[in-house]
Design a protein around this ligand. Sequence first.
Ligand SMILES: Cc1cc2nc3c(=O)[nH]c(=O)nc-3n(C[C@H](O)[C@H](O)[C@H](O)COP(=O)(O)OP(=O)(O)OC[C@H]3O[C@@H](n4cnc5c(N)ncnc54)[C@H](O)[C@@H]3O)c2cc1C
Length: 238
Amino acid sequence: MEKRASAQRIDRVARETLQLDFSMVAPPRLEFQSGQFITVRAGEGPNANRAYSIASTADRSDGFELVVKLLDGGAASSLLGGLRPGDTLDFTGPRGFFTLLAEHPGDVVFAVTGVGLAAAFPLLVETLRRGQEHGRVLFFWGLRTEADLFWTGRLAELATHARLEQHVCLSQPDAGWPGVQGRITEPILAALPGLVAPTFYAVGNGSMTQALTTALVARGVDRRKQIRTEQFYPVEEP
Ligand SMILES: Cc1cc2nc3c(=O)[nH]c(=O)nc-3n(C[C@H](O)[C@H](O)[C@H](O)COP(=O)(O)OP(=O)(O)OC[C@H]3O[C@@H](n4cnc5c(N)ncnc54)[C@H](O)[C@@H]3O)c2cc1C
């Protein structure tokens, strides 16, 4: 059934990247699990559906946030990029299985590229809230340049959690970037031998989720039990 939400706030949070805050209109509440997505129709025809991950945690039901990377000439990018506060958005959902395991047996690894953070952030927050779990939580976020970074403040707030280790990796950093240079797959594979019963959540561009999954499985990780993936783009992050 089609649902409707109203845009409350729209902020540009990084290069070509918008954070949109919606409040529900009909129905008045949206029940979802962290990590799920909604679907919007950008035009007519069978190929007009576009998925957007709900970027807020599931304890909020009066509305939700999206983070959208605007693609030049993209149908949904034009629709969402043209929204102004007060405008409404029709959508279906929530849907999706990129959700947290009921319980993590050991360490948890988030492998994220670009706006994949929209889906990963709520899962990261919920994992850290689990008082009964004590494993390490490793967060790897890969982007192209510093201009693509967003929510660094939100991530910095999580840094007080003793279980969390954050690694931001830029593939094309400006001179002077103090963090890791390169892609995320290599440091994740380097960490693998030291991990205890890890669960992996990989989200973002398909080349990363597929390459990481293949490499983990080749090293003995169980695809079905230990790896959850969500592919935003079939190839490289635009
Ligand atoms: C489960 C799921 C969740 C998603 N969640 C989000 C989210 O939270 N935020 C978000 O921003 N996106 C998300 N996406 C991607 C989103 O659904 C759209 O595919 C994306 O926003 C582009 O849609 P568009 O209509 O603007 O562009 P389109 O009209 O589909 O494409 C516009 C142009 O860009 C080109 N293009 C498309 N992909 C690429 C690429 N990878 N590299 C270079 N050029 C390309 C196309 O060829 C075309 O010329 C998600 C996708 C899935 C499957």
